[in-house]
Design a protein around this ligand. Structure first.
Ligand SMILES: [Fe+2]
Ligand SMILES: [Fe+2]
Length: 194
């Protein structure tokens, strides 16, 4: 899919604020791709499309998860995690996107996971630090991402903040998010940028 088509798709479906966020994520992912020698085209496409299903009807998303063979455990956690996997499935089946890295980046942007591909990392981080984000502490994450030279440390710090937030709200934490946290914990010597 060409980038213009992707932009037209989200403009057709998402409210203006979410379109702005999506374009910001794409632009940020491209910047990170330049710093970290990633694939800017894949990062941009996944960035534009990552929130395509953000406001989809919950019942429909539940049905897609159960009927299309997505991990049924997705349904046992905060509903915010569903729109990534559902969007990836729709992009593949309805819009014919077949690039595995693009699909994975869309799919896993809501949860993270261990052993992410470069494009997944770029989009996961860009979603957290795009210029419109004002989460407390986001500046520290921007500094890490842009100036400290480690995607993996940045992912760990984002996962840590996300998990702490979820716990503070008594929201259960999806397995892949815990796996992401553990995998990228750089206090553990096993972890190297990959
Ligand atoms: Fe999202
Ligand atoms: Fe997003």
């Amino acid at each position: 899919m060409k980038i213009e088509q992707a932009v037209a798709l989200i403009k057709d479906k998402l409210p203006e604020k979410r379109v702005t966020h999506s374009l910001n994520v794409a632009e940020t992912a491209v910047k990170l791709a330049e710093i970290y020698d990633g694939d800017a085209q894949k990062a941009e496409l996944a960035g534009v499309l990552h929130d395509y299903c953000k406001y989809d009807d919950l019942g429909t998303m539940y049905q897609i998860v159960t009927s299309r063979g997505l991990d049924s455990n997705l349904l046992s956690y905060g509903v915010e995690i569903l729109h990534g996997p559902v969007a990836a499935l729709i992009m593949q089946e309805t819009f014919g996107i077949d690039d595995e890295e693009v699909l994975l980046a869309i799919k896993n942007h809501t949860t993270g996971r261990a052993q992410m591909t470069k494009t997944e990392k770029l989009v996961f981080i860009a979603d957290y630090i795009e210029p419109g984000r004002q989460t407390p502490g986001v500046e520290e994450i921007r500094e890490l991402a842009y100036n400290q030279g480690s995607l993996d440390k940045t992912i760990y710090e984002i996962s840590k903040r996300t998990v702490l937030y979820l716990i503070s709200k008594d929201i259960n934490v999806y397995d892949a998010t815990i796996a992401c946290l553990n995998y990228y914990n750089y206090s553990d010597e096993r972890v190297k940028d990959d």
